[in-house]
Design a protein around this ligand. Structure first.
Ligand code: FAD
Ligand code: GLY
Length: 376
């Protein structure tokens, strides 16, 4: 077990694994260092929706990044299967963004107009049309936006597939090892201190999700990353209850997974790293979900879980190099869309570390010092 690498990636979630995959494929000598186990945090708690259009409601750098990433999934799925034999369970059966009231219908119709600029297959379905498509939807539903090209994946499998592909290209994964601080000389990273000794490297990527602010404080940089807990549950039915993902205004979604489970989420509880699942949290989502699909009350209960989303002060992820410490990079703060954004994050961060020319301006909105207030 050597202790010298080109790149040390801190955090074995989806972002750390996606970056490790791209860097190892380039021939770099990479190590992922994970405090606990690979994919043990947000990246296995996610529903796996690739919901660029449903989650992000206005044009801007995040929306454009999300569209690019969403378009990468079909080829990524075959590529990772070829390299690892892991099926990331990419389901491509569309999404319905539901309007539950007349007021929501107006808003969703405006989104249809906006989204059709990028995807003309997106349409508005009225109450009759939407219930013809998904017969178990409540008669109280007003209508909704139909996104035929939307899909989802199994997020833990995607993380494992990225990591396994990275290992196949020569990467090492060290679990149960916490990174404590950075080592640098004359403004250049030379290594990291961990609970299992020192690792020497030329470049470091901090991909520690909701825990990024704590570690980055060690480098003198104050990142505005904070935790938002999400609780979920899942059910099974004898016959498929829904075919498309049902999504309602970020308050509730139902995702029919390939294995027959329907994932139903999720609460949004700010400023806690405590992952306990509460009866109150689950009761809230059950109430919302049964308003959309009443028959879930008769389904077989499967399981509950929770995860910690990495939110930031302005809702944008941090992707970029430390302004004063050469060789120290961050890819964290992907909030509700880390699974969706993982293919593009892996690619862009790997290109950034390799000094490759990036698309003009693609990452500029995500730089690490954007919240700094300049006092004149
Ligand atoms: P994480 O997966 O949290 O990984 C960070 C890792 O860093 C952890 O394993 C942690 O142990 C490790 N770590 C922390 N500190 C250290 C240290 N000092 N040393 C070593 N290791 C360290 N996104 C979507 O795109 N679609 C969805 O449908 C979706 N649904 C979601 C539903 C829920 C309920 C939740 C909670 C999230 C959802 N997300 C979704 C968001 C997505 O899960 C996250 O954005 C994404 O997983 C973040 O990945 P990450 O790799 O940055 O962080
Ligand atoms: N993107 C779904 C969630 O974060 O709950």
């Amino acid at each position: 077990m050597g202790n010298s690498f080109d790149v040390a990636i801190i955090g074995g979630g989806i972002n750390g694994s996606a970056i490790a995959y791209q860097l190892s494929k380039m021939g770099r000598k990479v190590i992922i260092i994970e405090k606990d186990q690979l994919a043990c945090q947000a990246s296995s708690a996610a529903a796996g929706m690739l919901a660029a259009q449903a989650e992000i409601e206005q044009d801007g750098p995040l929306f454009q990044l999300a569209l690019k990433s969403q378009a990468m999934f079909s080829s990524l799925s075959s590529e990772l299967f070829e390299y690892t034999g892991i099926d990331i369970e990419h389901v491509h059966k569309g999404m319905l963004k539901i309007a539950e009231t007349e007021e929501m219908a107006l808003k969703v119709k405006q989104q249809v107009t906006f989204q059709r600029k990028w995807d003309p297959t997106i349409s508005w379905l009225d109450a009759k049309e939407i219930r013809e498509m998904e017969t178990s939807l409540s008669p109280s539903v007003f209508g909704g936006m139909y996104l035929p090209n939307d899909g989802h994946v199994q997020p833990e499998k995607l993380t494992q597939a990225f990591a396994k592909a990275a290992v196949n290209f020569g990467a090492e994964i060290r679990e149960n090892t916490e990174v404590l601080s950075f080592i640098y000389e004359k403004g250049q990273i030379t290594g990291i201190k961990t609970t299992n000794g020192v690792i020497h490297c030329e470049q470091v990527v901090v991909a520690t999700g909701a825990w990024a602010a704590k570690l980055m404080r060690e480098s003198g940089l104050d990142l505005r990353v904070y935790p938002v807990k999400g609780e979920c549950f899942s059910i099974r039915t004898e016959k498929p209850l829904i075919n498309t993902t049902i999504f309602s205004d970020k308050r509730c979604y139902l995702v029919p997974k390939r294995n027959g489970e329907i994932y139903i989420g999720a609460t949004m509880i700010e400023n806690t790293f405590d992952k306990k699942v509460t009866p109150g949290g689950i009761a809230t989502i059950i109430e919302r979900a049964t308003q959309l699909v009443p028959q879930i009350k008769e389904a077989a209960w499967e399981r509950v879980w929770s995860g910690i989303r990495p939110q930031t002060g302005d809702g944008l992820p941090y992707i970029g190099e430390h302004p004063r410490l050469k060789g120290l990079f961050v890819a964290a703060g992907h909030f509700r869309n880390g699974i969706l954004l993982s293919p593009i994050t892996g690619k862009l961060v790997a290109d950034l570390l390799a000094g490759r020319q990036l698309d003009e301006g693609l990452l500029s909105a995500f730089h690490l010092e954007r919240h700094k207030v300049t006092v004149s």
